[in-house]
Design a protein around this ligand. Structure first.
Ligand code: VGL
Ligand code: ZN
Length: 222
């Protein structure tokens, strides 16, 4: 993996917004403590990427009613993010610009998956090929939950040789066991992820470019 130094981001970074859904926010079926507190920062990052002509990609947890992911069927979790329910919707305060790429994961009732790299667009395209289509060379990751989907997605990206920067103040963890999120951050760092505060992001990104992003995005959505 190329070393870019601490102060730069790739020429074509994408913002990956992980699972900011009602069920992962306070009051939801699997509410992450303070999960909604990150939303204003995430929205600012989305606006910044959009202004710079860089892609923003959203993932969502999207489970069937019956899945091995749920306690009742052998898994670890109470039912959450069930397809087409209110709990599975993006939090109402989250800005999801029209035409954004949205990928869903957790649809297979037999598989207990967390990584965004196991997510698919409506047309069945996976994250890796969507990112490839968009020409993305670095991922900036924020969202929920630090110790599950954020962790798994970041480690999967790094494993694939994709540089990762995590917005330290725009992630929150479940902490089923105290310290899980701290451990997850350490793990991501050990595997090569960099961490930044979201307010420093504008300085790290390349300047606005006039690539035909909407066309790229449409192509990736196919
Ligand atoms: C997640 C727990 C269960 C996540 C998904 O997206 O982080 N966590 N399902
Ligand atoms: Zn889930």
């Amino acid at each position: 993996m190329a070393d870019r130094g601490p102060g730069t981001v790739g020429k074509r970074a994408a913002l990956l917004v992980v699972d900011i859904q009602n069920d992962f926010c306070p009051g939801g079926a699997l509410g992450v403590p303070d999960g909604d507190a990150i939303i204003p920062r995430v929205n600012r990052a989305t606006a910044l990427f959009t202004r710079r002509g860089l892609p923003v990609v959203f993932t969502r947890d999207w489970h069937p009613r019956v899945t091995k992911h749920f306690k009742e069927f052998g898994g670890a979790w109470p039912p959450h993010c069930i397809q087409a329910t209110k709990g599975a919707r993006f939090h109402p305060d989250l800005d999801v610009p029209k035409g954004s790429l949205i990928l869903s994961k957790g649809m297979d009732p037999e598989v207990d998956s967390y990584s965004g790299f196991q997510a698919f667009t409506e047309r069945g395209r996976d994250l890796e090929s969507a990112l490839h289509e968009l020409g993305v060379d670095e991922l900036v990751i924020c969202g929920l939950a630090t110790d599950y989907c954020v962790r798994a997605t970041a480690l999967d990206a790094l494993r694939r040789g994709m540089p990762v920067r995590v917005l330290r103040d725009a992630i929150r963890g479940v902490d089923l066991k105290p310290g899980d999120s701290e451990m997850a951050e350490k793990e991501m760092r050990v595997h090569g992820a960099r961490f930044s505060e979201s307010r420093g992001l504008a300085k790290l990104l390349p300047n606005a470019r006039s690539l035909h992003d909407s066309r790229h995005l449409k192509a990736a959505n196919r």
